[in-house]
Design a protein around this ligand. Structure first.
Ligand code: 4AD
Ligand code: MG
Length: 475
């Protein structure tokens, strides 16, 4: 083998070997040193060129952004920055790049600017690192479930139900806009629709995962989900990926245990497989934090990840969480924008107080008021709260939402009616409670929020290659 990636060259260090290497030029210094990156690792590779051996027209084509294939011998590098380098013998230009026009200059660009050139940002060190970490996390997730007897199932993207009942649906219009069939009364005739009913992009694969769990035992989904929520925040996307395990015979406590073990497994996997990228991101965050006052700086990235691995998650009920908030100096000094009282939906400022100021570790909050959670959560004996669990982490807030499910037919039916959901539309879901029902539980992990947590990126738009947010569908 003589063709290598940069990662392979650094790993194997084939000194003395004649090799082929392709990639994009990061910098070309003194007509002599090409710093090449091919995306296989965050590190660039130094390629040294004797300019007297190459003609000027070729040298002029080597610019930041140029794509090329180099052939030459690998040698120990006398320079300080790298252990090995290539002594270039031939240069083939694959794609030129006009240095006057190329948007990525060899300097630090702001993340805001890079978002506007999302088609080119994978060529930067930061985004290369983020997307490689994203890959390792996805792989770790499948690995964890596979090792633990779970089956990967595929829930539909197009569905007729609103699993969360929040009405944040992207309607899938299957009618030809120009030829919308109308009824005699002049209304749109949905009986002529493709599915014979209204359909939307899924907000969650949970309901379908429950059906599968009640046949296969332990299952999980890992797919895109869609929410038409008009919130422009650093942690909401209109299209995000969600991991939803669902387990028959699991109580809420089993669910919590699984979620904690799961999160720790994937974080430790990333620390092992993406150590170089995480070191780079740790440094990036440290540089960014320098501009903040010391008391507002967050814990260094790697320290935070190790801390999370080494400490148990805190566990409290919603009622206790409200008590903590009510007894906090923030409440007394009226620092919360949203007033605290039992029954409120915890706002991000409350979540962040609990996790960053009070516990300083990830927190699992359980037993929320029934009225603020979805219809499918199991009602507690107090008939006021449900067996819900949210996991909050520092810097992000909610990363996981889950629950034990209501497995009792009568209670579920009553809940569906109470929430104003048409029981007819969920006949298949109710059926599982009629025939061989069983206690079961599950949760949903927002993949991008996990990637944010592990990479330290503060905006969710910077952890998915092509973010979908209100008004943003360019790339
Ligand atoms: O809390 P959510 O809405 O729960 C569900 O969808 C359940 N069906 C999950 C289950 O029990 N199977 O969403 C789960 C997680 C959240 O904790 C959050 O991490 C993420 O999905 N999430 C979002 N991530 C990015 N953008 C959004 N708009 C998100 N909405 C939820
Ligand atoms: Mg939630």
């Amino acid at each position: 083998k003589s063709t290598y990636s940069v990662a392979e060259l650094y790993e194997k260090k084939p000194i003395g070997e004649f090799v082929t290497l392709s990639g994009w030029v990061r910098t070309f210094r003194s007509n002599r040193f090409i710093s090449l990156n091919d995306g296989s690792t965050v590190s660039n590779f130094q390629c040294v060129l004797d300019y007297e051996k190459f003609d000027d027209t070729l040298l002029k084509k080597i610019n930041t952004g140029t794509c090329l294939t180099l052939k030459g011998k690998i040698a120990e590098s006398p320079g300080k920055g790298q252990p090995i380098e290539m002594l270039v013998e031939s240069v083939e230009i694959l794609g030129e790049s006009d240095p006057e026009k190329y948007p990525l200059q060899p300097k630090k660009h702001s993340l805001e600017f890079l978002r506007e050139i999302a088609h080119l940002r994978p060529r930067t060190s930061t985004f290369g690192a983020v997307f490689r970490v994203r890959h390792h996390l996805a792989y770790a997730i499948h690995d964890f479930f596979n090792r633990n007897g779970f089956f990967y199932i595929h829930s539909p993207i197009i569905t007729a139900s609103d699993a969360e009942g929040a009405g944040e649906l992207f309607n899938v219009s299957t009618l030809d806009k120009k030829n919308i069939p109308l009824t005699e009364g002049g209304e749109v005739d949905f009986s002529k629709d493709f599915f014979g009913k209204e359909a939307n992009l899924t907000v969650s694969g949970q309901l379908e995962a429950e059906l599968l769990a009640m046949g296969l035992g332990k299952v999980y989904t890992f797919g895109p989900t869609f929410r038409a929520e008009n919130s422009n925040t650093t942690r909401h996307l209109a299209e995000f990926w969600m991991i939803e395990p669902e387990m028959a015979f699991y109580q809420l406590s089993d669910n919590m245990e699984l979620a904690e073990e799961f999160l720790k497994y994937i974080i430790s996997y990333a620390l092992e497989k993406a150590s170089e990228d995480l070191r780079f991101l740790d440094q990036r965050l440290a540089d960014e934090e320098k501009s903040k006052p010391t008391d507002q700086r967050s814990m260094p990235l790697l320290e935070k990840l190790h801390f999370v691995l080494e400490n148990p998650f805190a566990r409290i009920t919603y009622t206790d969480a409200i008590d903590i908030l009510l007894n906090s100096s923030y409440h007394r000094k009226k620092k919360f924008q949203f007033p605290v009282e039992w029954g409120i939906d915890l706002q991000s400022e409350h979540e962040r107080y609990l996790v960053e100021k009070h516990f300083k570790t990830p927190v699992i909050i359980t037993d929320y008021p029934a009225a603020i959670k979805a219809f499918y959560m199991r009602l507690n004996e107090d008939e006021k709260t449900v067996r819900a669990m949210d996991i909050l982490v520092p810097g992000i807030g909610e990363i996981v939402g889950g629950s034990q499910r209501e497995e009792r037919y009568d209670v579920l039916l009553q809940k569906i009616k109470q929430f104003g959901i048409s029981e007819h539309s969920l006949w298949w879901y109710l059926d599982t409670r009629k025939f061989g029902t069983c206690p079961h539980s599950g949760f949903g992990l927002g993949f991008e929020r996990l990637v944010q947590f592990v990479t330290g990126m503060s905006n969710i738009r910077d952890v998915i290659p092509f973010p979908r947010t209100p008004g943003n569908c360019e790339f």
